[in-house]
Every structure is written in structure tokens, then in C-alpha cells.
Ligand binder design. Structure first.
Ligand code: URA
Length: 296
């Protein structure tokens, strides 16, 4: 066997090992089918097949002190005190009634021809104060016909430097989550509430969200995915115009303009509280099963 082929085998083996490690971490025993991508793109079939055979049963849950409540994705880097503030008042403070109270959600009818047109409209944005210290605008990336869109909070340091969403540690975990439901990063679309990095990775402020969210809504209206995954409280609160936290709402289907929304923990939170990966996996299985239940 040639050296090149051996190297390819080794690379695939490493990938499988990595994926299996992730499944073990989240205690996966039921892997089930992979979510079908809109274009029937390749899935991590080999990893999934092998995982199905070799995974140990989940470790029994031991009783420990409850983990901190999830609030902002930026908690990974957040300054003490910030998270309590976000938890109590929510990103929208007093101004945001919940959808149940009849808030008017943005219209889904897309006025945009393409994501590029929206990007052009963003331009070298100076609409809010976040532009002052950003390196790059992180517009979002992925498949414009994605069946699933992941919405995070805002760029961190790595994203600010590269101009790409979710490329840091949280992004690497997000990649694994995407692979765990049988999709590839290029099958999905990834966006944030705000496109510029909040200084010191603080949570985006209300005026910053208000300025940037119309662009997010335009992206969503244009892509019109079958599922939006809201990563963390700020994304969930922004989409649903609610003050509910992700801790309370995760795993329950919601709706944004007729599109199903699955609120789940932000990957940055999962890095800090790995025990919560199991719950995130439950949420993602719902997403995968829903996508699989739809006709191609
Ligand atoms: N956290 C986010 O919410 N978005 C990113 O793009 C990266 C980290």
C-alpha cells in the first residue's frame, strides 16, 4: 500500500477517533440516522456506523451541585457579574414581551435577492459602536440553501481576526455537534446576532442587537431554513423576543415566522459545563429526527 493511501487511512482513523470521543463525552448510545442535507451531501457515515457498534452505555449520572445557569455564550470569557445581569433582565430588559403576549415578529417575506446583496448592504458598517474596535465584520457563512441555520451571539477574538463565525474553540465543538447529526459545516448556515465583536467578549448591548438583528432576520428570511438552532439565551431571546432563558426553554420547539426553532445551549457554555452536553445532544436529536421526517 502506498504511503499516500496509508496517510489517508490514518487521517480518517483520527477523524473517527475524534468523533467517537465526542459521542462518548456526551454519553451517546442512540445515534440513529443522520440528518439528510438538502443536497444529500456526504455524512459521517463511517463514524456513525462504528460508533453504533462500539459505544459503551452512558455513564450513570452522579449527583453533583447544579452547574451554573447558561446565559451568555461569552461567559467563557465574561467578566464576573455580567452573567447575573443578563440572566435577570434578559437581553431585552423590559422592552420585549414574549411571543405568547403577541409581539409582532418581523415579516418573513424576503426582499433580498441573495446573501451577497445583504452583505453589500452591510458594507463597512458603522451603524453601532461595535465597529470602532472590530477587525473584521463576521457576516456569517455556509450554504445559502441550508435546511438548518445555527445562530450564535457574536464574534469572539478568533472570529474577529478571521472574519468567519465559530472558528475558535466553541466553533470546533459546534463542528462536532453538526457532524453528530450527520451534516457537514458546509451543509448548514452559521450566523450571529451581532456581526462585530463586542469588546472583551462582553454580551452585545441592546442598541447593538437592535442595529444588527435586522440583518440576521433578512438572512433567515432569505435562506428560509427548516430549522433554526438558537445557541444560548441571547440568540433565543433575540429571535423569540422573550426574556425566557435557555436553561428553561432548551429542547422545546418554538417558532420564528413559521420556521421551527430549537433553543439549546451555546457551545461555549458546553465547554465550561461538559455535563450539559447530554442535554444538548437530546436537543440535537430532535432536530435531526425532525429533518429526517421531512420529505426531500
Ligand atoms: N460565539 C458566538 O456566539 N459566535 C461566534 O461566532 C463565536 C463564538
Amino acid at each position: 500500500m502506498s504511503k499516500e493511501i496509508l496517510e489517508q487511512f490514518a487521517a480518517v482513523a483520527r477523524q473517527i477517533e475524534e468523533q467517537l470521543k465526542f459521542y462518548r463525552e456526551i454519553g451517546v448510545v442512540d445515534i440513529g440516522g443522520a440528518a439528510r442535507s438538502r443536497k444529500k451531501t456526504a455524512v459521517a457515515d463511517s463514524a456513525i456506523e462504528q460508533a453504533r457498534d462500539v459505544l459503551p452505555p452512558p455513564a450513570p449520572l452522579t449527583k453533583t451541585a447544579p452547574p451554573p445557569a447558561e446565559t451568555s455564550s461569552q461567559k467563557e470569557y465574561a467578566m464576573p457579574g455580567k452573567k447575573e445581569q443578563v440572566e435577570q433582565v434578559g437581553l431585552f430588559g423590559d422592552v420585549a414581551p414574549s411571543t405568547a403576549e403577541g409581539v409582532t415578529l418581523p415579516a418573513l417575506q424576503s426582499q433580498d435577492a441573495s446573501l451577497e446583496a445583504i452583505r453589500e448592504d452591510v458594507g463597512e458598517c458603522t451603524r453601532c459602536k461595535l465597529h470602532e474596535r472590530r477587525t473584521n465584520i463576521v457576516f456569517g457563512e455556509g450554504n445559502p440553501q441550508a435546511r438548518i441555520v445555527f445562530v450564535g451571539e457574536g464574534p469572539g477574538a478568533d472570529e474577529d481576526l478571521t472574519g468567519r463565525p465559530f472558528v475558535g474553540r466553541a466553533g470546533q465543538l459546534l463542528d462536532k455537534i453538526i457532524a453528530a447529526i450527520g451534516l457537514r459545516r458546509e451543509d448548514v448556515y452559521i450566523a450571529n446576532i451581532v456581526m462585530c465583536r463586542p469588546p472583551g467578549n462582553r454580551a452585545p448591548e441592546r442598541d447593538e442587537v437592535a442595529t444588527c438583528e435586522p440583518f440576521l432576520f433578512r438572512k433567515l428570511a432569505l435562506i428560509r431554513p427548516q430549522v433554526i438552532v438558537a445557541l444560548g439565551s441571547p440568540a433565543f431571546q433575540c429571535l423569540l423576543k422573550t426574556r425566557e432563558t435557555i436553561t428553561r426553554s432548551r429542547g422545546e420547539w418554538r417558532e420564528w415566522n413559521g420556521i421551527k426553532v430549537m433553543p439549546t445551549f451555546h457551545p461555549a457554555y458546553l465547554l465550561r459545563v461538559p455535563a450539559k452536553k447530554r442535554e444538548a445532544w437530546e436537543d440535537m436529536k430532535k432536530v435531526r429526527d425532525y429533518l429526517n421526517s421531512l420529505p426531500d
